[in-house]
Design a protein around this ligand. Structure first.
Ligand code: FMN
Length: 382
């Protein structure tokens, strides 16, 4: 395969794999694609360890890192991230009615509460240091100290410091967008590779579908290369992405049911059974609309007793600790916890019906892609 991104990154197949799991990143890179490690959940030290592990397992082949740099966050969280007022400011910004809704939810579903005060403070610390511009900058510095081939920015236009430092280290910058207008702004900010992510995608996402968004973005930012994201899980869909003008595909959901993925077993089971109708865009986990498995958790946050989701990252303070406990209890078979458990995943979950090694997913996509080209070639010959 010789698309522009194959040439630029020295990869055989134009498939980029977003994953929080280092084993998936290494497996995809070693199979001929390009793995990108999602760094949002890591402290700088932990990220350094993960990248050292990847360096040791990819034999110099290219991989990337994705950092979440929010443009707009709650001001109390920003202050806490800077150490101004600390965790208490952030905890105080979460209204009491949200904590009592959460406690009521655990009681109704018969899920034991975790050590509440510890969980509250732990979550606030995580949200305050990582999902803030200050926290993200530390992750960018750690990433650029490794031989990464790409750094990606998940939310909003990457800050000038990210683009300057990456370009100073000769590392191209990618950014996710959900509209053509955002893509224009990203390119103006110095972004080298646009990931046009349609609303079918798992995680934070807009509303425009991949089929509509990709050609729009391609036309808007040409000659900057574009990767298509959202709903791509097969080689047929990758062929369609190239037909839309993309230079490759960027996939996130499809890795969640691979052997290597660290998806909790109860959630993996739900994903394997889910159809493409079983996801929803909800603010209930992070405060921003994110596509995830529909579950009792997402339904309850939309229900009549719900106080409504807070903004990012305050909603994360509520949701992340709660979901950790729900997932843990779900593993022991607790029916309430199993009903509530969910995770980010896109509509292509309906195509994720078997557990496979990540490298097999890449090989299957390569084969399906070749078959799709043959089929189209035969049509043209007729
Ligand atoms: C579990 C999960 C977590 C995600 N977290 C991030 C993230 O931290 N940063 C980011 O840039 N994109 C994130 N995404 C979006 C992916 O990068 C990717 O654009 C998306 O998964 C593509 O659509 P698909 O899910 O249909 O493959 C996440 C996606 C999933 C499924």
């Amino acid at each position: 395969m010789r698309t522009e991104v194959c040439e630029t990154f020295g990869i055989e197949f134009p498939l980029f794999a977003f994953s929080h799991c280092r084993d998936v990143v290494a497996a995809v890179t070693n199979a001929g694609g390009l793995g990108v490690l999602g760094a949002v959940a890591y402290t700088p030290d932990r990220l350094d360890e993960e990248l050292r592990w990847i360096d040791e397992h990819v034999g110099g082949r290219p991989y990337g890192v994705d950092v979440l740099v929010p443009a707009k966050i709650d001001e109390s969280a920003r202050r806490a991230g800077r150490g101004e007022g600390g965790l208490d400011t952030m905890l105080a910004a979460v209204p009491a009615e949200h904590w009592s809704f959460l406690q009521g939810l655990f009681a109704r579903y018969d899920v034991p509460l975790p050590d509440f005060e510890r969980a509250r403070r732990g979550n606030a610390r995580g949200a305050g240091t990582q999902v803030t511009p200050e926290g993200a900058t530390a992750l960018i510095d750690v990433s650029l100290a490794h031989p990464i081939a790409l750094i990606a920015s998940a939310l909003g236009t990457p800050p000038a410091v990210m683009v300057e430092r990456a370009h100073g280290a000769d590392v191209p910058v990618a950014a996710l967008v959900g509209t053509a207008e955002h893509a224009r702004r990203q390119v103006a900010a110095g972004v080298d590779l646009i990931v046009a992510q349609g609303g079918e995608a798992g995680g934070h996402t807009g509303e425009i579908s991949t089929m509509v968004l990709v050609p729009e973005v391609v036309d808007t930012v040409a000659p900057v290369p574009v990767l298509a994201a959202g709903g791509i899980a097969t080689g047929r869909q990758l062929a369609a992405a190239l037909a839309l003008g993309a230079s490759g595909a960027w996939c996130g959901s499809v890795w969640l049911t691979t052997e290597e993925a660290e998806t909790p077993p109860a959630v993996k089971e739900k994903m394997l059974a889910a159809t493409s109708r079983d996801t929803v865009r909800s603010r209930s986990r992070t405060g921003k609309p994110a596509r995830q498995l529909r579950s009792a958790w997402t339904d309850e946050w939309e229900g009549p007793d719900s106080p409504g989701a807070l903004g990012m990252p305050l909603q994360m303070i509520i949701a992340e600790g709660a979901m950790r406990q729900i997932t843990k209890v779900a593993e022991s078979g607790n029916p309430g916890a199993r009903a509530l458990a969910n995770y980010f995943v896109g509509q292509c979950v309906g195509q994720m019906n078997a557990v496979k090694p990540a490298r097999q997913v890449v090989y299957d996509m390569m084969r399906e892609f070749a078959e799709a080209l043959d089929r189209l070639g035969a049509l043209a010959a007729d």
